[in-house]
Structure formats: structure tokens, C-alpha cells
Write a protein that binds this ligand. Structure first.
Ligand SMILES: NC(=O)c1ccc[n+]([C@@H]2O[C@H](COP(=O)([O-])OP(=O)(O)OC[C@H]3O[C@@H](n4cnc5c(N)ncnc54)[C@H](O)[C@@H]3O)[C@@H](O)[C@H]2O)c1
Length: 249
């Protein structure tokens, strides 16, 4: 648990990001919630308050990342954490995925992760804040993804592999400032992103997990929040699989 911190949460209008923003607010933190549009942020999280500010925009644009960081500094003076969940899914298989699809997914998922982390780190480094960040990869990194049954295809799983390398790289770059950067790799979670999965894919995912079920978004959010906390103070550059003991491979 963390308390009384200023945290930027992306992808906050849905799924894991929404669960994370709600938990952080319930625990007495201040949140800048980021997603593509303001209406969906309001619909999901309610109106802005003293502890909740919105930044609408595409995380793969420098302007959005910088605006989110500025919103946090203007409203809450600093940034203690980044919980970055915003991502685009692609179920296209290798034959259907083309240049545009690959570029779109890599841009949102890899460039977006980099720009959000960079904008937060600049504030942390300037202010001497020993902050923490969590970026989101995927179980698909371990098992690969062909795009069958609505599941992630090559563009999506490749982008999430990129996030893991980015996490290790940024952890090395910013360790000297006391800034920690980690990844979570969710297994299958019941959110809008998996709403297109076939019943067979959902049942298969549950069967593969030792716990015999798919995950709820709150379980992913809780792990991300723990990685942001001081209890995880000597963990950086790591990936945590949160998949209920799924036997990937
Ligand atoms: N749901 C799963 O089974 C699962 C599994 C592995 C990894 N993940 C990862 O977990 C994270 C959260 O996924 P989720 O299941 O909550 O998905 P979701 O679709 O419910 O939420 C994702 C949110 O990100 C936002 N978003 C997408 N592109 C954006 C952009 N360019 N700029 C700003 N916001 C953008 C969407 O509007 C949406 O609100 C993602 O990184 C996803 O890849 C999810």
C-alpha cells in the first residue's frame, strides 16, 4: 500500500488502470488519470477533485506525456509514481498484420511507455524525488502470440517484449537517482481488452492457470501498487508475472 503520494495512472478509463486509480484514491493518494478522452475518464472515475486530475490524450505523443507531468506538478507539486497501463491490443495474425498495424501498436505500447516514463523521470530527477514506475508487459511475451481466438498477435506480443527491455534499460539509467522501474506481466484479465476473446480462449486461459481462473483487474492493480511502494524498495528492472500460475510454453 502507498499513501499520500502523487501518482500518474495511464489507461485509467478502463480495466486495470481504472482499478489502480480507484485503489490509490481510496488509500489517500493523489492521482493524475490519463486516457484518450476526458468523457470516458469522467464516466469511469467521476468528476475531478482536489485529489484527482485528468489528462486526455494519446500517450504516444510527447505533448500528452508532458501535459500529464505538468498537471501532476501544478496540482500536487511532484510525481512520486507512474503506473502505466495504457496500451493498444492487436489480434491480427502474421498474414493480416501489416506495416501500419505494426507501427500503430509499437508506437502506442513502446513509444508511449518510453514517453510517459521519461516525462515522469524528468520531474523526479529535477526535484530529487526517489520515485517508482510500473510499466505493463504481458504474459504473451513468454508464450508468443499468433492472434488466434482474439488473443494478441505478433504486433502486440512484440511490443510487450519491447516494454520489458525498456524497463531494464530505464532501471539502469535512473538507478543512480534512486528511481525504480519495474514491469508487470498480467495473464488473462477480465477487462474490455479481453472482451473480444472467444469463450474458448477465456476457458483455455483459466485452465492453464494453476488457480483455475482468469484474473480480475484489481489483482493486477494491487501488484503494481506494491511495486510502487517502499516495501519493494530494492526491486528494479524486474518483471513480475501475475498470471495465477499459468503454465506458459
Ligand atoms: N486484459 C488482459 O488480459 C491483459 C493481459 C496482459 C497484459 N495486459 C495489459 O494490461 C494493460 C491494461 O489493459 P486492460 O486489460 O486494462 O485494457 P483496457 O482496454 O480495459 O484499458 C486500456 C486503456 O488504455 C487506453 N488507451 C489505449 N491506447 C491509448 C493511448 N494511445 N493513449 C492513452 N490511452 C490509451 C484505452 O482507452 C483504455 O481505457 C495494457 O497494457 C494491456 O496490454 C492486459
Amino acid at each position: 500500500m502507498i499513501k499520500d503520494k502523487s501518482v500518474i495512472v495511464t489507461g485509467a478509463a478502463s480495466g486495470i488502470g481504472s482499478a489502480c486509480a480507484r485503489q490509490l484514491l481510496a488509500d489517500g493518494n493523489r492521482v493524475v488519470a490519463v486516457d484518450l478522452d476526458r468523457e470516458r475518464l469522467s464516466a469511469e472515475l467521476g468528476d475531478e477533485t482536489d485529489a484527482l486530475k485528468f489528462t486526455a490524450g494519446d500517450v504516444a505523443r510527447t505533448a500528452t506525456a508532458d501535459r500529464a507531468a505538468k498537471t501532476a506538478v501544478d496540482a500536487f507539486y511532484t510525481i512520486d509514481g507512474l503506473a502505466h497501463f495504457a496500451a493498444a491490443h492487436s489480434k491480427l495474425n502474421w498474414e493480416s498484420a501489416d506495416e501500419d498495424e505494426f507501427n500503430r501498436i509499437l508506437s502506442t505500447n513502446v513509444t508511449g511507455s518510453f514517453l510517459m516514463a521519461k516525462a515522469a523521470a524528468k520531474v523526479m530527477i529535477d526535484q530529487g524525488v526517489k520515485g517508482a514506475m510500473v510499466l505493463t508487459a504481458s504474459g504473451g511475451v513468454l508464450m508468443g502470440g499468433t492472434g488466434e481466438n482474439g488473443r494478441g498477435g505478433p504486433a502486440y506480443t512484440t511490443s510487450k517484449g519491447g516494454v520489458l527491455v525498456l524497463v531494464r534499460t530505464l532501471a539502469k539509467s535512473w538507478g543512480k537517482y534512486g528511481i525504480r522501474v519495474n514491469a508487470i506481466s498480467p495473464g488473462v484479465v477480465k477487462t474490455a481488452m479481453t472482451s473480444e476473446y472467444s469463450d474458448e480462449a477465456m476457458e483455455g486461459a483459466a485452465a492453464r492457470a494453476a488457480l483455475g481462473r482468469v484474473s480480475q483487474p484489481e489483482e493486477q492493480a494491487a501488484a503494481a501498487i506494491w511495486l510502487l511502494s517502499d516495501e519493494a524498495g530494492f526491486i528494479t528492472g524486474e518483471n513480475t508475472n501475475i498470471n495465477g500460475g499459468a503454465a506458459f510454453g
